[in-house]
Ligand binder design. Structure first.
Ligand SMILES: Nc1ncnc2c1ncn2[C@@H]1O[C@H](COP(=O)(O)OP(=O)(O)OP(=O)(O)O)[C@@H](O)[C@H]1O
Ligand SMILES: [Mg+2]
Length: 277
């Protein structure tokens, strides 16, 4: 697991499906490339393959000569087909270490997308994080994947299986690294309504309580906007839309959404470009 690499590794992880890992991964990739960073990406959820397909769609756009959008150096790992569990895990460990060695060298960032389920590839992905980003939808159901809270006081009853896994991986990383560094865990609220309800406010309070107990930070994520779903087929992100060759007229909603992407980059600590006026 001590693959040599230079890139800062950002892992998108949550053992719950459909929370926005792949969408956030693609937007971070585009935002970092726009910042001038060299970016690699690795899809550990290649059975589903959302991130790989997003990048293929982007590549097609590029090949058609429609645009000259930057592309990350991309890799994908399939789950092992071995029936013996130890053999399967050894194969996956080897494949991921090799990929990280290759993609992590000579790039500033490596973005790893993981499956939304408790699998070996999911845990393995987490073990390489310098920054772990966990998108959650703003609901008590999604919060339950991080920990159980009392309904009236939001007192934390117990951390979840996932939070315990992240804690274990953090401790293992601290033991492994000479400087005892662990990683920054950022929980990002995704698909929040633009007008906040009482329920959303309650979820926020409970998330803050969990953050203190479990040891993550909370960052603002993307609001619920159709545009996040529409861009996939063309492999585009909100940050590409100002590209003159694309000829897209930016609406106020686009501008607000692009600001959300920048705000997330800033919250994680990876932004230098100024906000839009
Ligand atoms: N901010 C948003 N606004 C609207 N739709 C969104 C937003 N973020 C994600 N979606 C949509 O939600 C669905 C799930 O998103 P995504 O595939 O990124 O999640 P995931 O966590 O990677 O899922 P999985 O666990 O299945 O890999 C997709 O249809 C995506 O287009
Ligand atoms: Mg996904």
């Amino acid at each position: 697991m001590n693959a040599h690499r230079n890139a800062h590794i950002i892992v998108l992880g949550n053992q719950k499906g459909g929370t926005g890992k792949s969408t956030t991964a693609m937007h971070l990739i585009a935002a970092l490339m726009q910042e001038g960073a060299s970016v690699a990406s690795l899809d550990l959820d290649s059975a589903q393959g959302t991130l790989s397909r997003y990048i293929e769609n982007r590549q097609r756009h590029y090949n058609n000569g429609a645009t000259s959008l930057p592309l990350p150096t991309h890799g994908a790992i399939n789950p092992s087909a071995a029936t013996d569990r130890d053999e399967a895990q050894a194969e996956e460990r080897f494949a991921v270490s090799e990929a990280i060695q290759e993609l992590g060298t000579d790039h500033d960032f490596l973005i790893i997308d993981t499956p939304g389920a408790d699998t070996h590839l999911n845990r393995l992905g987490h073990s390489f994080a310098d920054t772990l980003i966990t998108p959650i939808n703003n609901s008590f159901i999604d919060l339950d994947v991080l920990g159980q809270v009392e309904s009236d006081t939001y007192r934390v009853v117990r951390p979840s299986h996932y939070a315990e896994m992240v804690f274990k991986v953090k401790m293992e990383k601290a033991r492994r690294e000479l400087n005892r560094r662990t990683f920054d865990w950022v929980v990002v609220r995704n698909r929040g309504a633009q007008l906040e309800s009482r329920n959303q406010k309650a979820v926020e309070l409970a998330t803050e309580a969990l953050a203190k107990r479990i040891g993550f930070r909370v960052a603002p994520g993307f609001s619920e906007r159709v545009i996040y779903r529409e861009l996939f087929l063309e492999g585009l992100t909100l940050l590409d839309l100002s590209d003159k060759q694309l000829g897209v007229r930016l609406t106020l909603s686009h501008v607000a959404a692009r600001q959300e992407v920048r705000d997330l980059m800033r919250a994680i600590g990876f932004v230098s470009t100024p906000d839009e006026g």
